[in-house]
Ligand binder design. Sequence first.
Ligand SMILES: Cc1cc2nc3c(=O)[nH]c(=O)nc-3n(C[C@H](O)[C@H](O)[C@H](O)COP(=O)(O)OP(=O)(O)OC[C@H]3O[C@@H](n4cnc5c(N)ncnc54)[C@H](O)[C@@H]3O)c2cc1C
Ligand code: FES
Length: 603
Amino acid sequence: MNPRSVSLLLQPATRLCPHLKSLRSVTFPVFRQTLPTCSPFPRRAFSTTTVAMAAKEWKIKDLSSLDLKPGEKKEIELEGLDAKVLLLNDGTKVQAIGPRCTHYGAPLVKGVLSTNGRLTCPWHGACFNAKTGDVEDAPALDALPTFKVTERDGAFYLTGDEETIKAGRRKPPFKTAVKTGPAVEKVVVVGGGSGACGVVEGLRGGGFDGSLTMITNEGYLPIDRTKLSKSLMTDLSKLQWRDMDFYKSGKVDVVEDEVTDVDFQNKTVSTKKGERYPYTKLVLATGGTPKNLPLPGFQVLENIFLLRSVHDAKRIVDAIGEKKGKKIVVIGSSFIGLEVGGATASDNDVTVVGMEKTPLERVLGEEVGSIIQKGMEGKGLKFYMNAGVEKAEPSTTDPKKVGAVVLKDGTRLEADLVILGVGVSPATGYLQKNNIIKLADDGSVVVDDVFAVTGIKDVYAIGDIATYPYNGPGGDGRYTRIEHWNVAQNAGRAVASRIINPSRKPDFFTPVFWSALHSQLRYCGNTTHGYDEVVIQGNPSEDKWAAFYCKGETVVAVATMGMDPVMSQSAQLMRVGKMPSKTELKPGVLTNGLDVLSLGPPE
Ligand SMILES: Cc1cc2nc3c(=O)[nH]c(=O)nc-3n(C[C@H](O)[C@H](O)[C@H](O)COP(=O)(O)OP(=O)(O)OC[C@H]3O[C@@H](n4cnc5c(N)ncnc54)[C@H](O)[C@@H]3O)c2cc1C
Ligand code: FES
């Protein structure tokens, strides 16, 4: 982190708000320009206090019967209220539920409802329990409200209060009275990202009443990291999932500090500020560190950026400046590179340099890669593929800064700034010299199928740092590290439920990923252990296609554009082991191949 730019950005929160003096372990700095005057942290629409409103009956418009089969759903409107709700059969009864996903608001009527009441969002795979509205899988954090529906004299009524119906979401249970005493469980979570969110919300949501501490060095509360590359957003009020009041309401001690070591024998965590935190259960969720290039110029020249945090995004935004029109070279043609290229291309001259034949070739294959390249060229990106980078050269006008990127074939790409998207390493530096834990060769932490660290009692590792036995299609329990937002958070929820109930084995969740390219890409499954054929359905030229990555007859991953909810349906089919085979899906001379949506509810 560049200390100069950070000191401009950050201001100790205690100087800004007298209320902070009442917070115990909170010593976060906060972004000055986004702070409301009397709140220690920017607020989202979320509030920890709800006014109980009286529930009343609302007549449902244009409904002739409640005759929905398990797995069926329809959107309905109410008389006298400008709000929709989703009517569904949750497997045991017909009731109504909030109609939009609490992640980014996808219409759940277009999602996938299983016959036993699991409602999956069509966009990024969030799952809700249709009976209770509770979140079952990431990335949604808020739950859905549920409403009773009744029939009287041939008309249908929904019972609920106006505010809740209109909000269409509800906070998960989080408030708790924490027990005290020597026998009380002390959970320490290291990290303040997606995985940490999953553990913290899973623990309190599941009724955990022990002590809970989250230690993070990021400089703010957990954010939606996935937005950084898609829009270079730097406004914490739009990025943070929860405000400090939320964590306070659940008695979560949020500590701004960096963990420097763990004493696994005496069960304590040490930090840079010289503190020690005892634990009975420890969850490591420290994510990834973006890689730099070990090539001349890259370690020393200014205006060469990595992208992981809001601090990084802010530096990039500052370097682009208000006038824009900059020459930007993005090195790396995978998701981060393409997204950040796409986010800057309309006002700047952006070139993407990649080592493969087509962008995203390693993950999605050459055919899909070339579809995406064409689409991104339409957004104004220029590509140098099959290219190796030789060095970064200084600018002639300001030799401290980068002026060009030179490729191995001698091509010189002028650059006002360079953004690297060349992969991440597990952020486990604090464990490297530890003599109890043995890191894998890539620096990751090896865990078992409940995310418990192999050979160390009461310690879990999740998210980008964790290598876990993957039991999805094609995985066969082989050790795999998956850098997806949902994987980290779902693993966090799994660990939380295991801490609450040690005999509980976590359910399998299909890895889900998404990316904002020239159109929205959805992805589920995993190809780490290879695929040998890609079956494509649909029409790539219209950005309506689904690609099925197959190993033999097994579909190991699915990528889609413009085909919702094919990815969500496939993720659910994979979860219950009912994904069709390659032969069934393959379009023939006279057929289009089996449409996975025609299979109906997955279970
Ligand atoms: C720009 C960007 C865009 C992305 N877009 C997508 C997307 O669209 N979809 C998707 O599925 N995935 C996306 N990802 C990947 C996804 O964000 C990660 O897989 C996910 O955040 C991993 O969660 P995590 O909890 O393991 O790590 P993180 O979310 O990175 O959290 C790690 C936390 O640990 C803290 N930390 C690290 N070391 C220490 C220490 N020693 N002491 C204390 N705290 C520490 C960090 O500051 C951070 O708060 C994106 C990633 C990036 C960088
Ligand atoms: S909008 Fe539902 S998972 Fe993102």
